[in-house]
Design a protein around this ligand. Structure first.
Ligand SMILES: [Zn+2]
Length: 424
């Protein structure tokens, strides 16, 4: 028995040792591809010399593709025995799939064209369901009843929402209050390293509304885009999504448990166009509901956020009633992206579709089209990602009536290498 255990330990150590050079080659390939695509490397905090090497050499796309093919073959030969240690199996599967996404992205940069669904499958390991205009029209009918008055529904919705804009001079105080609320709720359930922290910056002229730039060493820079008026719901949404328990916490837990705890260097780089992004965006969006279940959210908005923004707290209930209907229109954005990328709509038609079925005002629709043109099928990571993470957590016992279990499953998801296809 003792001899058998000792032999097993040697096999495990051997398998892990063999993975290190493969993981390092993957990191180098991600950094090399980043030289061809400025949006590709979202975060990197591995050895600085590797990045300098990538910048200096600028490996051609064809060489990256050839090296990626060779690495895929090596990874195929290094598969751990099925039924072995779960984390070892997950690690191998994850690295293999992340590499496949890198191969697809390299092919796209080399000129290969994919349909919207082919691209999302190749890059994010998932395909978003299709929805018809009639499904969104049904939600619009419900909104019609909620927002009586004259003018079009979009005009009425815009006028209603205008009452919930955070004044520019109250923005920072409102965000600080939201971040504190999100941090407290997260820290009560997720042990975080004592020196984790982030800074918030306000920026303009971006296609996104917020961004987390993870720096390593448990530190993030969070940027908030102030091009357009910011509605009060964005305070908690962005504080949770970009900060606690969203992107900042996800990156901190990966660094703590996988990079430092296990020496898995592949997690020190985050390629944006990869399955990791579905987990990242899906968990960041679902994390808002984990930290603030519906009733608690409205209570916190009334008591803390609306006063910080100088808004009348009695408006919080009606506002969130309308927003929960609006969430059902989020897949209208995926349809616009699908039609635009498949060449079935041009940019003007996609913006018009967003105005009609997503109730985007013209400037927001145009901003969203710019986002779609820059990030393409990435858009599915937000709503489909959220739905997939929610189903995974809730089917694992993390239902709304069991918050302790919900936090536990959520925390474990953020600390382990799980693929979108592994959530089913
Ligand atoms: Zn995000």
């Amino acid at each position: 028995m003792v001899a058998a255990l000792a032999a097993l330990a040697v096999v495990t150590t051997h398998a892990q040792r063999n993975m290190t050079p493969l993981a390092e080659e993957y990191v180098r390939l991600v950094l090399a591809l980043g030289q061809h695509d400025p949006d590709y490397v979202d975060a990197y905090y591995g050895p600085p010399a590797w990045r300098q090497e990538a910048e200096k050499i600028k490996v051609p796309l064809t060489d990256i593709a050839a090296r990626a093919d060779a690495l895929a073959r090596e990874l195929g030969g290094a598969a751990p025995a099925a039924g072995g240690d779960e984390m070892t199996v997950l690690r191998h599967r994850y690295l293999t799939r992340q590499l496949a996404a890198l191969q697809s992205r390299a092919a796209m940069l080399g000129g290969r064209t994919l349909t919207f669904d082919e691209e999302s499958q190749a890059l994010y390991d998932a395909v978003a369901p299709s929805h018809t205009a009639a499904e969104f029209a049904a939600v619009l009918t419900e909104l019609e009843a909620r927002l009586p008055g004259t003018g079009t529904l979009l005009e009425r919705y815009d006028a209603f929402r205008a009452r919930y804009v955070v004044p520019r001079d109250r923005l920072d105080a409102t965000f600080r209050a939201a971040i504190e609320g999100c941090r407290q709720r997260t820290a009560a359930h997720v042990p975080l390293p004592p020196n984790e922290r982030f800074t918030v910056e306000y920026v303009t002229n971006k296609s996104w509304s917020g961004y987390n730039w993870y720096q390593g060493d448990y530190r993030s820079v969070i940027q908030v885009n102030t091009d357009l008026p910011i509605y009060v719901d964005r305070a908690i949404d962005l504080a949770c999504h970009e900060g606690y328990p969203g992107h900042h916490v996800y990156n901190v837990l990966l660094e703590q448990h996988l990079v430092r705890g296990r020496g898995w260097v592949e997690f020190s780089v985050y390629p944006l166009f990869s399955p990791q992004s579905l987990i990242a965006e899906g968990s960041a969006n679902y994390g808002i509901d984990v930290a603030f279940p519906r009733g608690e959210r409205v209570e916190f908005e009334r008591r803390v956020i609306f006063p910080a923004a100088g808004l009348d707290p009695s408006g919080a209930g009606p506002y969130y009633d309308v927003l929960s209907l609006m969430e059902r229109l989020s897949y209208a954005g995926n349809e616009a992206a699908r039609q635009l990328l498949n060449g079935k709509m041009d940019a003007a038609a996609a913006a018009a579709w967003l105005e009609r079925y997503g109730l985007y005002t013209k400037p927001r629709a145009e901003q969203r089209v710019r986002f779609i043109q820059q990030y393409r099928s990435y858009v599915i990571n937000y709503n489909l990602g959220k739905d997939m993470v929610a189903r995974y957590v809730e089917s694992s016992g993390g239902t709304a009536d069991n918050p302790a279990r919900r936090w536990q499953v959520f925390r474990e998801l953020l600390s382990s290498p799980r693929l979108p296809s592994g959530l089913r």
